[in-house]
Design a protein around this ligand. Sequence first.
Ligand code: SF4
Length: 286
Amino acid sequence: MPYEGAIYRPPSEANSLILQVTVGCSHNRCTFCSMYKDKSFRMKSKEEIFDDIDTYTNDFYTKAFLADGDAMLLPTGLLIEIIRRIRAKMPKIKRIGIYAHANNLKTKSVEELKSLREEGLNIVYVGIESGSDKILEKINKGITSGEMEKELMKISESGIKLSIMIISGLGGKELTHEHAVESAKLLSRVKPKFLSLLTLMLEEGTQFYNDVKNNKVELLNPEEILLETKLLIENLELNNTIFRVNHASNYLSLEGVLNRDKERILEEINTAVRDKDYIPEYFRRL
Ligand code: SF4
């Protein structure tokens, strides 16, 4: 499958057909992120997308994933046509997922999201990064926590599964407590089906990198990252959320269902902190 630039996809889409329906990120201004800096945002045309589907799909895949960063910005009608085409060409497809920036969701009504679910869109992945307005402003996320909550609730209301990603360490030492507590508050209100944590990777060339080098932000060490994760989990009130910390950027792998497995996960963090048993820095990557 042709793909412009590097491929980014959630860990759980490792075996999916990755179909690039937009190129880059329409926002592209978050201070820590260099993922799409080399790409100018554009929506691919229906002809390009259909050509990719017709040429590269095969019977092997049971899952498809629509990328890049904010594929949800495509008009609903076109997304429905894409989903129908994928399902027609790949009858074994059981799940279709998509990336969305929370701001993209402002372009979709609950009714439109319901139509997408009825056509076969199963899961939306949203990197909210933090529930703290102070941090969202500092990283230039372009949206507030309250606005995100409103948009994320639309996903849940539509019946599409919601998967949320948070970035551990994003507030640095100064805002680590705020990051954990405010993120937990937002997550407890939204109650996503899936929650995953990535850990901040410092990338040269970003504003965040410069802020660290100029001592404007002090990064957390592995132990502090785990203590932040512990505080986040302690403050979560979830019903049946599948929790995964299994990204290559993380210092410790964790998984379970929250709140059911809260005590066991907290104990695993305590043990890792006590034994200083972290994944080494040189193994970490985006
Ligand atoms: S973090 Fe997401 S929204 Fe922000 S610039 Fe990167 S891809 Fe775009």
